[in-house]
Write a protein that binds this ligand. Structure first.
Ligand code: TYM
Length: 341
């Protein structure tokens, strides 16, 4: 099984990124035959137009990956733009992707509704994501729920490519066991965990850089405390039962160990504990969860060269894994240069 996923270097990583995605990345580096995790710097150009910042944030995400437990011996860590075939495949896939499909994109609609200009890159963002996934013959993609539709698009685009470029391809028989015409591209499946599909931010909406409601994993201690203490709560008195539809409650359920989460569930529903007490406990749980990673990151910061080496080695390995699929794409489409392995 081959696992792949990416994170945009568009700011600091938050606990939504961790529980929605990166925690699964760490788990799969042992479970999967190959796992590939990359820094989606090309994607971040849709919102960030500052070379110095993109470089800095890309380096930061690499440090975050390592600090959070990704191991370059067990997982392939790389930067998206180090693989030139990704951008070429993006174009090839774009040639067979209906605009109508992209116009249905939730993320495109949401971002343009919030006032971002409707640039072509924003519209075709899912095509680049499909290229990321399909280039490496990925089986599974661990992501948060906000990426679910992008995965559906990747599957649609995959089928469209195979139907266009593989004579005799039948989407009901993608492996070609009956038709003897297997697809060149493999259809990927998402991995989305129910409990952490949407981690709420301090205002109760989905945690997101764009909403300014994040709790950042590597923020200074004081900032973390302030963010947690400012999680929105209502005026339910200490003695009264609390409404479970609350960001504070959901975050406690995500961060607390199982036994404690059950205990919190009963006190929350019965009443007797105030929001302030719960918030203090959440601060502690934050440090119990991320304390080691925060210390590790400080050490890693001292050696920026090591991070660059890990990323260039990762890119070499990722490109080797891409070669078999890419070379078939070149053969079938008549464009591009084969990768020699
Ligand atoms: P990005 O950088 O926005 O987020 C990285 C990962 O974190 C997850 N996530 C969340 N999960 C649960 N609750 C939240 N509040 C929350 N916020 C973020 C995201 O779902 C994601 O899994 N388009 C992608 C990057 C990408 C990619 C890919 C992913 C580019 N190419 C190919 C997978 C495969 C993105 O913007 O993620």
């Amino acid at each position: 099984m081959r696992i792949l996923s990416g994170v945009q270097p568009s700011g600091k990583l938050h606990i939504g990124n961790y529980f929605g995605a990166i925690r699964q990345f760490v788990e799969y580096q042992d479970k999967a035959e190959e796992s590939l995790y990359f820094i989606a710097d090309l994607h971040s150009l849709t919102t960030l137009r500052d070379g110095t910042k993109i470089r800095e944030y890309s380096h930061d995400v690499a440090l975050d990956f390592l600090a959070l437990g990704l191991d370059p011996e067990r997982a392939i860590l790389f930067r998206q733009s180090d693989i030139p075939e990704v951008a070429q495949l993006y174009w090839i896939l774009g040639a067979v992707t209906p605009v109508g499909l992209l116009e249905r994109g939730h993320s495109f609609k949401d971002k343009t509704a919030r006032g971002l200009p409707a640039d072509a890159g924003l519209l075709t963002y899912p095509v680049l994501m499909a290229a990321d996934i399909l280039l490496y013959g990925t089986d599974k993609v661990p992501v948060g729920k906000d990426q679910k539709q992008h995965l559906e698009f990747a599957r649609d685009i995959c089928t469209k490519f195979n139907l266009t470029f593989v004579p005799g391809f039948d989407s009901q028989d993608p492996d070609g066991s009956r038709t003897k015409a297997p697809g060149i591209l493999k259809s990927p499946e998402p991995i989305i965990l129910d409990e952490t599909a949407v981690v709420p931010g301090i205002d109760g909406q989905k945690m997101s850089k764009a909403y300014g409601n994040t709790i950042d994993i590597f923020a200074p201690e004081k900032v973390v405390k302030k963010r947690i203490m400012s999680i929105k709560t209502d005026s339910t008195p200490i003695e009264a039962p609390k409404p479970p539809d609350s960001a504070l409650y959901q975050l406690l359920q995500i961060l607390a160990p199982r036994d404690e989460a059950d205990e919190i569930e009963s006190t929350w529903l019965e009443g007797g504990v105030g929001y302030g007490t719960y918030k203090k406990r959440l601060v502690e749980l934050f440090h119990e969860t991320f304390g080691q990673a925060r210390a590790r990151r400080k050490k890693l910061e001292a050696d920026p060269e090591a991070v660059s080496r890990i990323l260039s080695q990762g890119a070499r390995r990722a490109r080797e894994l891409a070669a078999p699929t890419w070379n078939k794409i070149v053969e079938a489409t008549g464009v591009g240069i084969e990768i020699e392995v």
